[in-house]
Design a protein around this ligand. Structure first.
Ligand code: CMP
Length: 139
């Protein structure tokens, strides 16, 4: 079925001017960028977004990292978009990511792993409205 997933191009990537190269891999995989904006996330937005990781030892580092510079938030649409984008991203740890994936090509470390993508339809449904209103998504 046609799905939507939520994507973040993270500060490590925007700082290195990689937005276009990452978008090219997204589009080459057959995903459509149906919403996109470049923002500076606030600490409050970041803590809400990553709330499920609150008890993790790396939570502080994760928040500092995602607010360390601009991010590009996106909604991607396509057949099986959630799984498809996770395949394009590659493994969370770039050291384990397959060749040709965004994280293998561009990511620096598990913390600076260039992109985020929703892990399930329920997650996408929570994540998308945190950054986009309905009329900002144009399929
Ligand atoms: P993301 O898909 O954005 O979801 C949570 C993020 O936590 C993950 O990508 C990683 O960037 C980050 N993360 C996961 N494990 C670690 C870790 N061990 N140390 C630092 N950051 C981590």
């Amino acid at each position: 079925a046609t799905e939507r997933t939520f994507s973040i191009i993270k500060p490590d990537a925007t700082k290195r001017n990689l937005t276009g190269k990452i978008n090219a891999l997204i589009e080459d995989a057959g995903l459509r960028i149906v919403a996109q904006k470049r923002i500076q996330m606030t600490r409050e937005q970041a803590e809400t977004f990553y709330g499920v990781h609150k008890e993790r030892p790396f939570f502080g580092e994760l928040i500092d990292s995602i607010i360390s510079g601009p991010v590009v938030v996106q909604v991607l649409e396509g057949e099986g978009a959630i799984a498809k984008y996770r395949a394009v991203m590659g493994a969370t740890n770039p050291a384990s990511a397959d060749p040709g994936t965004i994280r293998k090509e561009f990511a620096v470390s598990i913390g600076e792993n260039s992109v985020h993508g929703s892990d399930a339809p329920e997650t996408a449904a929570i994540e998308i409205p945190q950054f986009f209103s309905g009329n900002e998504i144009v399929g």
